[in-house]
Design a protein around this ligand. Structure first.
Ligand code: HEM
Length: 410
């Protein structure tokens, strides 16, 4: 065993969509025989501030870099109020993820429970995790293969393109977040982008993400406190929506998640609200990040962008006039759907019992949006506008694009 963690002591991954995975292992039960080198930092605060220091997303950041070079890729520390072992070792991380439920059990520090809610998929274990994960997986596999839902992705992409018609600049990351949240709201709850609730939920999610991994200070005005409050507001809005639907449309086939899974299933209200919240968050935050990163890197690689454009122009020529994009078209987007991130060096989709069930869905949404983007616009990014890890991902200037219509318009 590379780490002296007792069976069922409490390790936890803080794996993220960034291109490295760091596992934070909290050891509560027994003093291990020997601990890796490292520093416990300041009383109470430990090394949390250094760990959270913003850095460019394409680097490990100075905290991990300095600690790895001083102590090795596995080191001890004190984070978020707990003695911790941090692992930047890919093999060890994979080993831990693969052995969840056998040698290790997942858990997060208490402040994360307060922010996510105790039934969040990230926090629950064992049978409850299995039950809630099944609901999520069923939703994702149904959604992935339904032509009407693919049409909706395309319809929304086209409406974003139209909304940029008279603009020279767009703040792309915000647009991408709006786009992916609107998709999830429609497919989970049948909420249209124009509804005021869509805007409220987006604003609450933006606040939520800022405090999601922040210093857990429960004092008015901190990102953490604002995030806990934003989560409570999202939960009560979702509860209201589900209750309305339970009263009004039992038996009416709306074809969304509430109808197909929640009204028929055996979840109690708290579980229903929690799984909708999980799917909204998991489905919108990650996909908008993927979309923004693709647009950012394409802006810096004109030759790849040209090849991508060729692929989409050829696809567009091969379709009948007005024919919507389908799963078969997606499969033909060879360059677009290529996945350079999934290599042996990074595990962007986690692993083991918690392996992400949604990458294909995120990729198809991204591909359909890109199809319309490259056919309709050219764009330039700014040099001083790069992705940062706060540790949630944000662009320095919001990914401000200078846009110009191509010859072939929407
Ligand atoms: C396309 C980019 C995406 C990335 C990079 C990504 C990444 C991840 C990662 C790293 C995890 C593991 C979290 C953990 O260890 O606790 C995860 C879990 C999950 N993801 Fe994704 N994801 C993506 C898209 C999606 C989409 C579109 C959905 C659909 C709603 C989705 C739904 C989920 C769910 C439900 C889980 C929890 C699984 C469980 O706990 O059993 N993801 N994702």
């Amino acid at each position: 065993m590379p780490l002296h963690v007792e069976p069922n002591s409490v390790p936890r991954t803080l794996s993220s969509a960034s291109l490295y995975v760091n596992n934070v292992l909290n050891i509560f039960k027994q003093e291990p025989i020997s601990l890796p080198h490292g520093s416990m930092g300041w009383p109470l605060l430990g090394e949390t501030l250094g760990f959270l220091k913003p850095h460019k997303s394409n680097s490990m950041g100075s905290f991990l870099q300095q600690h790895c070079s001083r102590y090795g890729r596995v080191f001890k520390s004190h984070l978020f109020g707990y003695p911790t072992i941090v692992s930047c070792d890919l093999e060890l991380n994979a080993y831990i993820l693969q052995n969840e439920g056998r040698l290790f059990q997942s858990s997060y520090p208490k402040p994360v429970h307060d922010i996510l809610g105790k039934l969040s998929l990230m926090l629950v274990c064992g049978e409850l995790h299995k039950k809630l994960r099944n609901v999520a997986v069923s939703f994702i596999s149904t959604y992935k293969s339904r032509p009407d839902l693919h049409h909706y992705v395309e319809k929304l992409s086209i409406s974003v393109m139209k909304s940029w018609k008279d603009r020279q600049q767009v703040l792309f990351f915000k647009e991408a977040k709006q786009f992916t949240l609107h998709l999830m709201l429609k497919n989970l709850l049948n909420i249209e982008p124009e509804e005021p609730r869509a805007l409220t939920i987006l604003e609450d999610f933006l606040t939520f993400m800022k405090g999601f991994v922040s210093l857990p200070l429960y004092v008015p005005g901190t990102p953490y406190t604002k995030a806990v409050k934003a989560r409570a507001r999202i939960s009560s809005t979702l509860k209201e929506i589900i209750e309305e639907r339970e009263k009004s449309d039992l038996g009416i086939a709306k074809g969304d998640f509430v109808h197909d899974f929640l009204l028929k299933g055996s979840l109690n209200m708290e579980e229903k609200v929690s799984i909708v919240m999980d799917l909204l968050l998991a489905g919108y935050e990650t996909t908008s990040g993927l979309l923004a990163l693709v647009v950012h890197f394409l802006g810096q690689a004109p030759s790849v962008l040209e090849q991508l454009k060729d692929e989409h122009q050829a696809l567009s020529r091969s379709k009948k006039k007005g024919e919507p994009l389908s799963w078969e078209h997606y499969k033909k987007m060879e360059l677009t759907s290529k996945d350079p991130a999934t290599s042996k060096k990074v595990t962007p989709f986690g692993g083991g019992l918690r392996l992400c069930p949604g990458p294909e869905l995120g990729k198809v949404e991204t591909a359909f949006f890109l199809h319309h983007l490259v056919l309709n616009y050219r764009w330039k990014t700014r040099e001083d506008d790069y992705p940062m890890s706060y540790p949630y991902m944000e662009f320095k200037k919001g990914l401000l694009l200078e846009i110009e219509p191509t010859e072939k318009r929407i």
